[in-house]
Write a protein that binds this ligand. Structure first.
Ligand code: NAD
Length: 260
């Protein structure tokens, strides 16, 4: 159980982040939710998690592409007399294009949100974790943190980068109760991936269903999507005492993608 711990999950208004927030709340962790979306829907999610699991849940709308908004979010948490025990760096975006046509502005945005935000949130979270000699940093990388695919230069660079950042944070805190690990999911059917399926269907003339099967089969030997619930349980394990000596790993949950 994670009773009394405070978990900040970035990008938890959707997809994997929401699945991880639910799994942590089920273990009685209090939550700080973050991410974009319809305010009424976010409030519905926040109140629902709080009442379903009997935990405190706050929402912070920080735009993680902006370091000053990340700092302000941590300052507001501290002003409430709280501190982040579990940091899940999950917020992420994708852009698909060959390098010679990759818009510079999209490169900057992917690196800012998928990589630099994890650095800024981690540097803000560590001092309070070090004071209490306990903490968990869980970085949501990707199979693309371990191997590459065409047309995803910024994403693959950011995800390889976050795997490297994970190792450094793990080593710098190796003699403390703070661990830092990365989770490397394969395909998960979230809005981020649905956009790629829709684009694939439009380009190939396939139905959306055919494009979905083609996308998952191409990379993932299991031919099945990973679920946010499964990733949530892996995050729970990494937060448990059994994982005290799991430090600096990039843990694939990818239906066999990176075993090939
Ligand atoms: P998603 O689009 O469902 O959710 C992304 C979340 O990030 C949303 O809550 C969104 O509001 C938030 N977000 C985006 N930009 C933000 C910003 N500037 N500031 C604050 N929040 C922001 O996507 P997902 O598939 O759940 O992806 C979550 C993470 O998992 C990402 O890091 C992604 O790279 C990674 N991932 C996804 C898959 C997959 O197949 N879906 C596979 C491997 C890794």
């Amino acid at each position: 159980m994670l009773t009394g711990k405070l978990a900040l999950v970035t990008g938890s208004t959707s997809g994997i982040g929401l699945g991880i927030a639910r799994a942590l709340a089920r273990q009685r962790a209090n939550l700080v939710l973050n991410g974009f979306g319809d305010p009424a829907e976010i409030e519905h999610q926040r109140a629902g998690l709080a009442s379903e699991f009997g935990v405190e849940a706050h929402y912070e709308g920080a735009d993680l592409s902006k370091p000053d908004e990340i700092e302000a979010m941590f300052a507001r948490i501290a002003a409430r007399g709280a501190a982040v025990d579990i940091l899940v760096n999950n917020a992420g975006i994708q852009h698909v294009a060959r390098v010679e046509r990759f818009p510079t502005e999209r490169w900057d945005a992917v690196i800012a949100i998928n990589l630099s935000a994890a650095f800024h949130a981690t540097r803000c979270a560590l001092p309070a974790m070090q004071q209490r000699n306990w903490g968990r940093v869980v970085n949501i990388a990707s199979a693309h943190g371990l191997v590459a695919s065409v047309e995803k230069a910024a994403y693959v660079a950011a995800k390889h980068g976050i795997v490297g950042l994970t190792k450094v944070v793990a080593l710098e805190n190796a003699r403390t109760g703070i661990t830092c690990n990365a989770i490397c999911p394969g395909w998960v059917l979230t809005p981020l991936v649905q956009k790629q399926i829709d684009a694939r269907a439009a380009q190939s003339g396939q139905t959306v269903q055919q494009a979905k099967i083609a996308l998952v089969s191409e990379k993932q030997p299991s031919q099945e999507f990973v679920t946010p619930e499964q990733l949530g349980e892996l995050a729970v394990f990494l937060c448990s005492p059994a994982a005290d000596q799991v430090r600096g790993v990039a843990w694939a949950m990818d239906g066999g993608w990176t075993a090939q």
